[in-house]
Design a protein around this ligand. Sequence first.
Ligand SMILES: Nc1ncnc2c1ncn2[C@@H]1O[C@H](COP(=O)(O)OP(=O)(O)OP(=O)(O)O)[C@@H](O)[C@H]1O
Length: 438
Amino acid sequence: MNVVKASPPTGALASGDDAVLRVSHVSKEYKLYDSPRERFKALFSNKVRHRSHWALKDISFELKRGQCVGVVGDNGAGKSSLLKLLAGTMQPSSGTVERVGRVTAILELGAGFHPEFSGRDNLYFAGSLIGISHEEMAKLEPGIIAFSELGEAMDRAVKTYSSGMTVRLAFALITAVPPDVLIIDEALAVGDQHFQKKCVARIMEFRDAGCTILFCSHSSYHIRHLCDQAIWLKAGQIMEMGPTEAVMGSYEMHSRLRADAVVPVAPSELGEADLPSDVTLNALGDDLPATQSATGTRMQPDPDGLGASLLSATIADLADGKPPLLESVDLVVTFHVRGRGDERPNLGFMIEQSQGTGITSLATHEEGAHPRRMPDGTWECVLRFPNLPLHSGEYVVSAYLFDESGLVLYDAWLHYQHFRFVSPTLMPGLVRLPHEWI
Ligand SMILES: Nc1ncnc2c1ncn2[C@@H]1O[C@H](COP(=O)(O)OP(=O)(O)OP(=O)(O)O)[C@@H](O)[C@H]1O
């Protein structure tokens, strides 16, 4: 996660208007100079010495009270620039951003902290930068310290903190006062499991209390679970804005087409370690701290190895071969996982074609299913696809472990197992859909 800024109330939205943030014809130009010398010379001359890069072009939309809106787009589409403009940490080159109430932005880690000051002094110092007075901070301090769990470290200089400690302090500070608008940049996929859960719970509290949330993420899973609306940005312009599922459908179609254009590799040429990375491949959990191995990409769930994690996700009846052949007509996957304490974990599973076309993704929390507790405290669950309705081909699967709510992703094995399947019905296509002849 990144830091954290809050801005005092600004803007001129009409009272009685339920819009809390209105963006009107906003554009952002970055001026690019060939050298620092050129930039310096530009200060003293009228001659144009820069090239223009328009990161945002004529963006207009408004957010209403209580809306939760996701922002998606390819790298360089302008998402961070937009968030900075909304947070007020950067000014538009043209157009206006009107805001009401308290706008809090979780953007850049630790910005605003003074490294030489103690954590406690930084609460007052950085707090004053985000509009929290000394008196107000004196009241908020115990709650912030409790949330950050920094204890005695509060009296040490922030420069001695680990990045995790800095994040905890920054998040606790920035969210100490409930905002009217919360702007989040990828805040859900960082920190340890315990802290992620606390952050998500706090964000959910804000949402339930009617806070408007603008959430930028590469995780289509989180956008789908959190947001009722989505904005797709492409090359600085809004391609589509509307109900989440419709926008995500268009965006994923675009990503697939782009990936197809970039990866002209036949499936049989793919080694286990050179999988194309398309947005649909990581639909349940992108942006994970991960290791790439011969069996796909595995998230590093908890550095100490004691947190919740997938232990195995074994497919039955796989014969030897490269990739192995599924010998039965059912696909049966047995999951074995370690949870966190007594919390009941959730499991996800995704099947894709080897080239990266997503076929299906499933999760226990979506279907009211529950893993069973084993005598040794671990959890087990079996997922069965009777008469696997796929046509003959090569497939790859991913497994996911979530918390009780399904919002915190504890562990992910992306593309951990390839297999071949020969359908009993020899017809072309990808899946046998449920159907009837009448
Ligand atoms: N300070 C800057 N100076 C010049 N160009 C910039 C600056 N910041 C961003 N850009 C350019 O503006 C465009 C939009 O950048 P931005 O960081 O907003 O995109 P993004 O959608 O957040 O990308 P990503 O998903 O990779 O973080 C990119 O082409 C980027 O190179």
